[in-house]
Design a binder for this molecule. Structure first.
Ligand code: BTN
Length: 266
């Protein structure tokens, strides 16, 4: 039987956070990010948490589809960022750290792949699609869309995707209540938002991201538009950019965005 997410549990779980989102839960949506944008255009503002049990048009980065069967966790959180437009990638990395911490709390060895994929070994278990909405650079809203393959199994996904994804249930051999994972993620986002406000920088976020990284030190291919480069991922700069050292190139190459594949070392 279909059971809608327990909003009471979530509200109780978030009673100690600074972030007190208004929770709106749906059985199904096209996409929680799209719903967030519709809410924003009808005057709803920050601190909105939109959850769907399934999505018919879930979207990923680079306009990819995010297959969203029932059993996964799909939500969008609308925030008013305290840092400017240029820090959007850092908010993504903050969110990736929060999701990874929450997953690790179940005893799973999850890592982040630059910039904000969450992997178990090399298989993707969660992803983040953030969108910035602004008509005025002084008044920005950030939609953080998070999808976690939770109580589904590989066979719930199209065959061509199965080799590159995984689910928490496949790893734990049991189901985790969506509410429990969601509360852990939001609590962790809340702690990070407090930390960046106090420190007035993302330095702790970046430190944590580096600790959780499956990308740094690895041989990677990065595709950014028409540019495809293979090199060793050396570092992350303060703005979240990836530093790649490439054989035959005297200088490192810096990527602010791109799609990374981890390659085997020769
Ligand atoms: C990616 O890894 O490419 C990002 C995937 C993000 C998926 C989530 S699910 C909730 C929210 N709604 C969407 O349509 N996408 C994001």
């Amino acid at each position: 039987m279909f059971i809608l997410i327990d909003q009471e549990f979530i509200s109780r779980g978030l009673s100690t956070t600074n972030l007190v989102p208004k929770i709106v839960a749906y059985e199904t949506l096209d996409s929680t990010n799209e719903e967030a944008k519709r809410c924003i255009s009808s005057g709803e503002c920050e601190n909105l948490l939109i959850i769907a049990e399934s999505q018919t048009k879930g979207r990923g980065r680079y306009d990819r589809q995010w297959i969203s069967p029932e059993g996964g966790l799909y939500f969008s959180l609308v925030l008013r960022p305290h840092f400017g437009l240029e820090s959007a990638p850092l908010y993504n990395m903050l969110c990736a750290c929060a999701v990874t911490t929450a997953i690790q709390s179940f005893g799973i060895n999850a890592h982040v792949k630059w910039p904000n994929d969450i992997l178990i070994f090399e298989d993707k278990v969660a992803g983040i699609l953030s969108e910035l909405l602004t008509e005025d650079p002084e008044d920005i809203l950030l939609v953080l869309g998070v999808g976690v393959n939770l109580n589904t199994t590989r066979t719930d996904f199209p065959e061509n995707l199965r080799d590159h994804l995984t689910t928490l249930a496949d790893h734990l051999n049991k189901q985790i209540p969506r509410e429990e994972l969601l509360v852990k993620i939001i609590k962790s986002i809340d702690q990070w938002l407090t930390a960046i406000d106090v420190e007035k920088s993302f330095s702790s976020v970046l430190k944590d991201w580096k600790k959780k990284s499956a990308t740094l030190g690895n041989k990677v291919r990065i595709i950014d538009g028409a540019k495809s480069v293979i090199g060793i991922a050396r570092d992350i700069l303060d703005d979240g950019s990836l530093v790649l050292s490439v054989e035959g190139e005297a200088d490192d190459i810096i990527f602010r965005a791109g799609d990374v594949t981890h390659l085997r070392q020769d």
